[in-house]
Each structure stands twice: as C-alpha cells, then as structure tokens.
Ligand binder design. Structure first.
Ligand code: BG6
Length: 470
C-alpha cells in the first residue's frame, strides 16, 4: 500500500494551539519526546495558549507530562525537545496573538498547526491563521470531534477549506493510528481466505464493543457537550466498521482506501430512534462539570445496517460505555451455522456459532472460533479458538505515529471531509430528539434495555480480560 500518495513536503515547524491543556499534557508532549528519541523531531515547536504562562512553565509542564507517561530514559532527547520549545501567550480572538506567532516562527515556511483546543475554537483559530498569512504552505491538524452534527461538520469543513486545501487538513481520529486497527485493513486484504466468506452469505452479524471501566475522569464539562455517541461511536467505532465493511481498494494507494471507506458511510442506513439505546451510569450527575439533571448518555448501543451488495440484511451492533465491567475493545464477526444440522451440538453451548474475533485492546489478537470433536465415541465437540496474532514489541503510540505522519505530510491515516460528513449523516436523525437515557450500575455491562436490541442475534459478547495462549 502506497501511503506516500499526494505526499507534501515535510513541515519545518510545529505549532501547538492549546499547549497548556489536557491533550497536550497527556498525549502530545509524550509523543514529541518519543519522536525526539527516534531522532525524527528536528523542527522548532511553538506552544500557543492563553494561560499567562512563561516558557519556563511550559518546559516544566512538558517534562512533567513526559515523566507521567513513562520513564525519561533519554535525557538528550528531552533536552533537545525543551531547547526547541517556544511559547506564545495570547487570546485566539486577538490578531496580535497570530503576529506574535509569526515572529516566533522566524524562518519557518511550512508550519504544521495542531489544534489541541476545544472544538468551539477551531474556526476562530483557522480564520486567525488565514488572516495572518500563516496558512500559506502550512497544514492544520484538527482533533476530533470534527463537528457535533452534520450541519456543524459541514460548516467547519467550509471554514477549514476556505483557508487550507483538503490535502493540508489532517483530521485526527487516533484509532486509525492503532496497530490493531491498521491490522484490520492488512488482515482483510493481505489474505485470500477471508474474502469468500466476508459477506451476507456467511456472516450472520457483527458486533463491536468498546468498554471502559472508568468514568469521565474530570472531563465532565466536555462530555456534557458530547455524550457517548458523539465521543466515540460516530468516529472511532464507525472507522472500525468502515475498515471491516469496505470493498477492496481499487489501487495500491490510500486515496483508494479513503474512497472505499467513504462509500461504507454513504451506504449506512440513517439511524432511527428504535436502533439506539442510551444509558447513564449512576453517579455521573455528581461529576464536576455535569448538570444535576443531565440526560447525556455515558453508554450507547446501536444497531446499524449497511445497504450494500455485500452487507444487505446483516446487522451491525455497536456498543460503548464508561464505568462498565472492564476496559477492552473487541469485534466479533459471527458466522452463520452450517446449512444442515448433522450433529446435535452444531452450535456451541453458549449459543455462539463460529466467529472471527478481532481483539483490539488492551491486547491485540485475531481469533477464529471453530468446533472440534471431543475424544470419544459420540460426535460431540466444543468450540476452540485458533489464535492468530499477538502483540509485537516496539509499537509506536497512535499520537506518535499520527503526529509524525502529519509532519511528514502523509495523509493515509487521517479522515477525509466526505467520510466525516457521511458518518454524521448516519447519526444525525437520532441526535436531535434523543430517547430516554436508562440508568445503569457502574461495573455492569450497561442498561438491560441494550440486551433487547441484539437478542435475536445471540446477545452481546462481553470481552473478557485475556492472556494470550503461550
Ligand atoms: C477519546 C474519547 O477519543 O477516546 C475518550 O474522547 C475515550 O472518552 C478515548 O476514553 C478512548 O481511547 P483509547 O485509545 O483509550 O481506547
């Protein structure tokens, strides 16, 4: 796969808007340190924020953030990063902030502007960059959520495209930078055994669970404006669906992958209220920043159909939630049972037919469940998994990979305007008039109403914490 298609020249400076914020602290500084360690961070890094900080404070914050993310085992890399760091303090509504940024950028001609800021400020900063002449030959890296519905995503795309060309807009969905998720694309199209069964003839249903055993972790105010459907389903889980459901790319290039992924979203049937079950964990309303009578969902389960030749009639079930029983992400592709029931136990005791399981986190694996005969006179058996893949050491973190790609000008692992809008079009009908939100106990698998949604297809498969077989 050629991921250098339409490659731009590498950026010669990195600007981080929101440098004093949470995302920079948790993700960006550790990623920059990892890049410095690998010797691929050779450009000035300019932090911008409106915090009345000094450069010394930002350096300290960067060091703390790297320390919290892991060990500082390469002092030289840390010193390099700190020596490249600069800081501009100012209001994003003030043109003076962008003039100060221009000064700080000095001779840099191709800066990458990373917007690690609340989505409400995206348009202001993009327009500020355009007005200050800082968008020429530059690129912009935008964090999710990209819009909060179809109309706002369209508007944001309009603003972004009025200042930057599409190939200079890098929309981040960090799930696309995860090894296990990149492997879905590879596994599907680097093997030939899957294709004959990968369709409505053999697949009964597909389900995807992204469960987290923690709450909103101090992000109550953000979460109130998002909810589970917007926070992880319309983006992270939909991206996984697209990789599982897409047709083979027409040629060896990521433009072709983007085309096929966009087609999946375009073939998805827009959701109806009956397709969605929302839940909220008990105690959410007491979280800081959360309204006492909030009806924002911290759990969401939905049923989806892709009206395409390949997937017609196959239900796709997606589920995610905070404060669930454990933290894991898993896909289960359930296969249809054999056409004739020759053995009494053709379907396993727990009612599961053969399946293919993509374990995405915390470990990564692909497993194929098949029935094998138990020793003895009787033709009875049990279901065993062929465990196909395990983790490999030395993986880059998603932020390290995506930041490096954006700096290098490689757009393969970013989302495209048409795909983002098509994905919003699917969820838009249920955003405006959401149904009742059902309470659930922290540590459970969400409200029982979500079980009814998938009952006809054997129920939810709850991911277990597993150890890879030796
Ligand atoms: C983020 C969401 O995009 O993804 C969070 O805003 C969520 O709410 C996180 O916890 C999950 O990402 P990961 O990589 O930890 O599975």
């Amino acid at each position: 796969m050629d991921n250098a298609e339409n490659r731009m020249q590498p950026a010669d400076a990195l600007v981080i808007f929101g440098a004093t914020g949470d995302l920079a602290h948790k993700m960006i500084f550790p990623a920059l340190y990892a890049m410095a360690r690998r010797g691929v961070l050779n450009v000035p890094v300019v932090g911008v924020a409106y915090s009345k900080w000094s450069l010394a404070q930002l350096r300290k914050q960067a060091t703390d953030s790297i320390r919290q993310a892991g060990k500082i085992d390469d002092r030289g890399a840390l010193d390099l990063l700190l020596s490249q760091l600069q800081y501009v303090d100012g209001d994003y509504n003030d043109p003076g902030t962008f003039q100060a940024l221009r000064q700080a950028l000095g001779d840099a001609r191709r800066p990458a502007h990373y917007l690690a800021i609340p989505p409400a400020l995206f348009a202001t900063v993009i327009q500020g960059l355009g007005a200050a002449g800082l968008a020429k030959q530059a690129r912009v890296i935008v964090e999710k959520p990209f819009g909060r519905d179809l109309a706002s995503a369209r508007e944001l795309n309009r603003v972004a495209l009025s200042v930057f060309p599409e190939n200079s807009i890098f929309r981040i969905d960090h799930y696309l930078g995860k090894e296990a998720i990149m492997n879905i694309l590879y596994f599907r199209f680097a093997n030939s055994f899957l294709e004959p069964i990968w369709n409505r003839n053999c697949v009964a249903s597909v389900q995807i669970t992204l469960s987290e055993d923690f709450g909103v972790k101090g992000r109550g105010a953000f979460y109130e404006s998002a909810g589970c459907l917007r926070d992880v389903i319309q983006n992270h889980l939909f991206q996984i669906v697209a990789l599982l459901a897409m047709e083979p790319p027409a040629y060896q290039g990521f433009g072709a992958v983007h085309n096929e992924k966009a087609r999946v979203f375009q073939s998805m049937r827009p959701l109806k209220p009956d397709d969605v079950v929302r839940g909220q964990y008990t105690g959410y309303r007491k979280e800081p920043g959360v309204a006492k009578d909030s009806d924002v969902e911290t759990f969401c389960a939905l049923r989806l159909f892709i009206d395409s030749w390949r997937w017609e009639g196959v239900p796709w079930y997606l589920r995610s939630g905070k404060c669930l029983a454990n933290t894991a992400a898993e896909v289960l592709v359930e296969l249809k049972p054999p056409p004739q029931r020759l053995f009494d136990d053709s379907v396993s005791v727990d009612g599961r037919a053969n399946y293919l399981r993509f374990r995405l986190s915390p470990n990564s694996a692909v497993a194929l469940a098949a029935r094998v005969k138990r020793a003895g006179k009787e033709f009875v058996g049990f279901q065993r998994e062929l465990y196909l893949l395990d983790e490999q050491p030395g993986e880059e973190t998603p932020y390290e990979r995506l930041l490096g790609d954006a700096m290098a000008g490689v757009g393969a692992l970013f989302t495209r305007e048409d795909a983002v809008e098509a994905a919003w079009a699917v969820v838009d009908p249920v955003l405006e008039t959401p149904r009742h939100v059902y309470p659930y106990k922290p540590g459970s698998w969400g409200p029982k109403q979500a079980d009814a949604l998938i009952k006809a297809d054997g129920g939810w498969h709850n991911p277990v914490l597993e150890q890879a077989p030796k």
